[in-house]
Write a new protein. Sequence first.
Length: 80
Amino acid sequence: MSLLKACRNYILRRGSNAIYHRADKKAKAAAYAETGKKIAQAKRKGYRINGSAEYFRAYNSKVQKVKERRDLREKFISDW
């Protein structure tokens, strides 16, 4: 692999990782807010929910698309 190609791939991977980490933080924040709303609603209605399970369910559903996009970017970088 040439030095230029290695530099290009390094820069592209750093950018891809930055995008992934930013989207991951947004997914965590959205899942946390969604879980908080569900807990508040459960308190008002008088029942309890497992907040940890609700958080991870929401987080996994939101982060799934983020991971798919990261994998597509990684495939593009490695094929290019």
